[in-house]
Design a protein around this ligand. Structure first.
Ligand code: NAD
Length: 495
């Protein structure tokens, strides 16, 4: 049913515009489904349903919301293999990644929010002027509009939907055009789990049409966006028209800083895993390795050796390490970065090609290691979103940190050292929303995820996400019972 439908007010329905597009498996170009291009009227219908549903859902007790999310985790667990297969078919992710990372991570996030829903609280505070008791209420924002990218379609949908509904909001989610299917399955499972109709709605379609209709809708009080920095800028502009709260999770260009006392083998393994995860289409992927001069040559050699062992193959084959990129357009974009880098004098140590043979039918690109690129070159500064790692040397610790901070992005970073002082200094001085020490990538539901600088603001996951999805109200109770309050004299009459 996810094929060719929107999910609005607890049911699948066809889109009003009648227009649709194909969802393509990038491993072989086969069409896996048809997706509806929602019209502004479809978006309005979903927002109206959400607004109606939010009144009841916002009034449900935290315990009731928690139980519904616990039921959802169980429904999803029963369909885990189906989720993994569908996610793999629409993205080209290796099945071992969807089975062992995307799907269990998503279900864990639902379980986390089932617990977190019961821990929301305001504060009963004090009598700050002696005459009033102040109480702080934490309330839902109302209807949330969320827009998600294609790189982790299920996880991004979960990161948006769960904190929103755990806090008593209703949501209209627009997944990316390329990958709408698992978000629709999620909406369907919310209904199966007993979450009331209209609380979770999914409208598929184009960013410029369905996305902007959501951003401009006056009933939508907050927009939560994950995607590229240029589109994030556009989101802020359109949302400004109705003064919406905005939460932006944008691009990244994560540095990977290797100090000269690091465990070289661990850093090499970490760099390959951290740069190739999800074919490099990960906003926190390691993209720029800065290696202190004494380890530089051995690190480059080590990474090249391990990259050459990575098995490209069909995503459905459990032994495949690296699948295709999400689309042929994305593959060509990545190849363009590497070709231009060759043109300005960078050297490709391994990879840098579109593979032939059986893989030529898919959007594959080889794991690629680039050296001798200047810090201000495009391949070091811009988000590539492909299986490409650039390595640069540095001399002093200060220089390594300065280079790590020298892009507009600030989403994630890692530092590799066995020296506790160096690790503390690096974690303090690197400007990013997450700094790993001696690892790169692992995330947990309990901890916040979100950027500094042009990587956006606001947090997904963890208790911190409720700062985005709730609003705080001050309630002040007069405790004097006086008819004429003391402060009235400043307006009229005397004491
Ligand atoms: P994108 O910005 O092209 O699209 C993201 C979403 O925005 C899609 O659903 C798209 O339809 C929609 N969109 C496009 N134009 C729009 C408009 N004018 N108005 C409203 N919506 C619009 O990004 P993408 O290519 O799908 O995903 C890759 C990007 O996402 C990368 O930059 C990556 O770093 C980023 N990302 C960030 C995080 C994070 O947590 N910071 C996580 C995942 C992905």
């Amino acid at each position: 049913m996810a094929d060719g439908h929107l999910f609005v007010d607890g049911a699948y329905r066809t889109g009003g515009s009648g227009a649709s597009h194909d969802v393509v498996n990038p491993a072989d170009g086969a069409v896996v489904a048809t997706a509806t291009l929602a019209s502004p009227q479809d978006v309005d219908d979903a927002v109206v349903a959400a607004a109606r549903a939010q009144r009841g859902w916002g009034a449900a007790t935290p315990g009731e919301r928690s139980s519904a999310l616990a039921a959802l985790a169980s429904v999803m667990a029963d369909r885990a293999e189906e989720y993994a297969q569908v996610e793999t078919s629409q993205t080209g992710k290796p099945i071992k990644l969807t089975r062992e990372f995307d799907v269990p991570g998503s279900i864990d996030n639902v379980s986390f929010y089932s617990g977190a829903a019961r821990n929301l609280e305001g504060r009963a505070s004090a009598e700050y002027d002696g005459a009033h008791t102040s109480v702080v209420r934490r309330e839902p924002v109302g209807v949330i509009g969320s827009i998600a990218p294609w790189n982790y379609p299920l996880q991004m949908a979960i990161w948006k939907v769960m904190p929103a509904i755990a806090a008593g909001n209703a949501i209209v989610l627009k997944p990316a055009e390329l990958t709408p299917l698992t978000a629709l399955m999620l909406a369907e499972d919310c209904r199966t789990a007993g979450i009331p109709d209209g609380v979770v709605n999914v409208v598929t379609g184009a960013g410029r049409v369905a996305g902007e209709a959501l951003l401009a809708h006056p009933t939508v009080r907050m927009v939560s966006f994950t995607g590229s920095t240029p589109v994030g800028q556009r989101v802020m502009q359109v949302a400004a028209g109705t003064v919406k709260r905005v939460h932006l999770e944008l691009g990244g260009k994560a540095p990977f800083v290797v100090f000269d006392d690091a465990d070289l083998d661990a850093a090499v393994q970490g760099a390959v895993a951290g740069s190739l995860i999800n074919s490099g289409q990960d906003c926190t992927a390691a993209t720029r390795a800065y290696v202190q001069r004494p380890l530089y040559d051995a690190f480059v050699q080590g990474v090249a050796d391990v990259m050459r062992t990575v098995r490209l193959g069909l995503p459905t084959d459990p032994s495949t390490d690296l699948g295709p990129l999400v689309s042929f357009a994305q593959r060509d974009r990545v190849a363009g970065f590497v070709e231009r880098a060759r043109g300005y004098g960078a050297k490709v140590v391994t990879g840098g090609q579109v593979p032939g043979g059986a893989l030529a039918a898919g959007a594959y690109y080889e794991p690629t290691l680039v050296v001798d690129a200047a810090q201000d070159s495009e391949i070091v500064q811009d988000e590539i979103f492909g299986p490409v790692l650039v390595v640069l040397p540095f001399d002093t610790d200060e220089e390594g940190i300065a280079l790590a901070n020298d892009t507009p992005f600030g989403l994630a970073a890692s530092a590799w050292t066995r020296d506790v002082v160096r690790s503390m200094r690096a974690s303090r001085e690197i400007q990013a929303g997450c700094v790993w020490i001696n690892d790169h990538i692992p995330i947990v539901s309990e901890m916040p995820h979100g950027g500094y600088k042009s990587s956006g603001f606001g947090k997904d996951m963890s208790q911190y996400s409720f700062d985005e999805y709730t609003q705080v109200k001050h309630v002040s109770f007069d405790i004097t019972g006086d008819v004429r309050k003391d402060w009235h004299r400043t307006i009229f009459g005397d004491r």
